[in-house]
Write a protein of this length. Structure first.
Length: 261
């Protein structure tokens, strides 16, 4: 497991410019192995591909610290063994599914994901990339699944003063979002914790008019079926009122919380 100060320093160096590209990246960096929290096959539980059998590659390491993060082993306390791109490809090919979801953490932090997604695409896989939309890289993917972080994601200022500041500085990068939606097929998923969060979504969309509202999905925050059900009860009518798609977290309904599901 990486100590918090190590990953914080690494992420800071990687994300001085949130619009980072691979241009100028050294061959050494491009060939470095990736720390991988887990690789597994399951059904996609969120978004427009819900129900699709997919291989999930969870990269370990994140430039944000969402207070409701449900994968702390890839963000708050990143862990996992190191894999080369070729080793990751071999693991993926050991599963029968032909859809791959590259997730994290924040996979866009790492220049190696450009090579990884290119190889996956060349081998005939449908590639979805899950990102918070804070860092740009020219990956090869068929669906850019963007989850911009609202103010409800910011960690407590008293408990985590450093990450409160870093998170607030990084979580909203409109130019990165604009580039993604211009260059890729996309969906936009917002995590909703309270009814007033929907008003913040409206303000977000008013500031980035290029986003197609038909591609916007609202997802209840929660990691158990009871809390998700309670929020779905008021989120469903709000989605209908505002013209957004409701995005259930079906994997929690199917498998419950936990890793590799």
């Amino acid at each position: 497991m990486w100590p918090d100060h190590v990953i914080e320093t690494y992420v800071r160096n990687m994300t001085i410019d949130p619009k980072v590209d691979v241009t100028g990246a050294t061959e050494e960096r491009l060939e470095q192995p990736l720390r991988i929290a887990e690789i597994f096959q399951s059904r996609q539980g969120e978004g427009i591909l819900t129900g699709t059998e997919s291989v999930f590659i969870r990269v370990s390491g994140c430039n944000l610290r969402c207070k409701f993060c449900d994968t702390p082993y890839a963000s708050w306390e990143p862990e996992g063994p190191l894999f080369t791109v070729e080793e990751i490809l071999q693991r993926v090919e050991s599963f029968p599914a032909r859809h791959v979801v590259l997730t994290g953490g924040e996979p866009m932090l790492f220049p190696q994901v450009v090579s990884l997604t290119r190889h996956l695409s060349d081998r005939g896989y449908h590639v979805t990339v899950e990102t918070a939309g804070t860092v740009y890289r020219p990956v090869h993917c068929h669906l850019m699944s963007i989850s911009p972080k609202l103010s409800n994601s910011t960690p407590d200022r008293e408990t985590h003063p450093r990450w409160w500041k870093e998170h607030e500085l990084r979580r909203h990068q409109p130019e990165v979002i604009r580039r993604f939606i211009r260059e890729y097929p996309y969906q936009i998923k917002f995590v909703i914790d309270q009814p007033e969060d929907v008003d913040e979504v409206e303000r977000y969309l008013a500031a980035i008019l290029e986003i197609d509202r038909d591609r916007v999905l609202l997802m209840p925050q929660g990691t158990d079926q009871e809390s998700l059900g309670e929020k779905m009860a008021w989120l469903d009518p709000l989605c209908q009122q505002h013209g957004f798609k409701l995005c259930p977290r079906k994997h929690i309904e199917w498998y419950g919380p936990g890793r590799g599901k």
